[in-house]
Design a protein around this ligand. Structure first.
Ligand code: CTP
Ligand code: CA
Length: 224
């Protein structure tokens, strides 16, 4: 593991990261969730800490060790993740949203176990707040980085999210057919308002370091 760099690219900068999936309960024994191992977010937390940043990681349920020097807050639902992020974000200069947040929660969580009866069962879902878009709107001075996992038109959807959520940077990757999820390797297409860069397939730890270098460069470019 890399020790923190005193002269690192993110020396003393506050970085807040979301990672992993969220879980939206249906009843005491069931939940809706997203496919996400949390590996990319945890690798980024480690890379930011190694670059000298003060890192806070808000993590959904994942089975990963906390990277050295990183403060970790465990949450379960999207609402809990949103609340933890709003609590921590005033300390941050950079916000990186890698979490696969559930877009919907159930309209009502059943107090007791839902019993099977009819052959068809309907679930009423309510949209969750977009944590990243909310944070970018409330803190225009914050450097915000979003992720986009897409199965088609990767660049089009990713640029759309960059603009719609008013982000400083978006990192996009292909998913499906054994790509992206629960793997140690990945490739990223990174874009910002007036530029882009493709990061070739590599272990997530190496990709995280490359992304941290890009973030530090764009952060410095924005300041000067
Ligand atoms: N995100 C978030 N809060 C949500 C949904 C998404 O913070 N409720 C963040 C993710 O962490 C990611 C970015 O928004 O950084 C894009 O997430 P994604 O699911 O790709 O995009 P959505 O805007 O939810 O659109 P869709 O799922 O329809 O593609
Ligand atoms: Ca989504």
């Amino acid at each position: 593991l890399n020790p923190p760099q005193p002269g690192g690219a993110l020396h003393h900068r506050g970085v807040l990261i979301t990672a992993g999936p969220t879980r939206e309960p249906l009843d005491p024994v069931r939940f809706l969730t997203n496919r996400s191992s949390g590996k990319m977010g945890f690798a980024l937390a480690a890379a930011c800490a190694a670059a000298g940043a003060e890192v806070t990681l808000v993590a959904g349920p994942v089975n990963l060790p906390t990277p050295r020097g990183v403060t970790r807050i465990d949450v379960e639902t999207a609402a809990q993740m949103h609340e933890a992020v709003l609590e921590q974000v005033p300390e941050a200069e950079v916000f990186i949203a890698t979490a696969a947040v559930a877009d919907y929660r159930t309209a009502d969580v059943a107090a007791s176990k839902i019993k099977k009866s009819a052959d068809r069962q309907q679930l009423e879902l309510v949209r969750n707040t977009d944590i990243l878009a909310d944070v970018a709107r409330r803190y225009p001075g914050l450097f915000t980085v979003g992720f986009a996992a897409e199965t088609d038109d990767l660049k089009g959807y990713a640029r759309g999210k960059l603009e719609a959520k008013r982000l400083d940077m978006i990192a996009a990757n292909w998913v499906g057919e054994g790509r992206g999820f629960d793997t140690d390797d990945n490739a990223l297409w990174v874009a910002w308002a007036d530029g882009e860069e493709s990061l070739a397939p590599a272990p997530k730890t190496a990709l995280a370091r490359s992304l941290v270098t890009l973030i530090a460069q764009r952060l410095d470019a924005r300041r000067s």
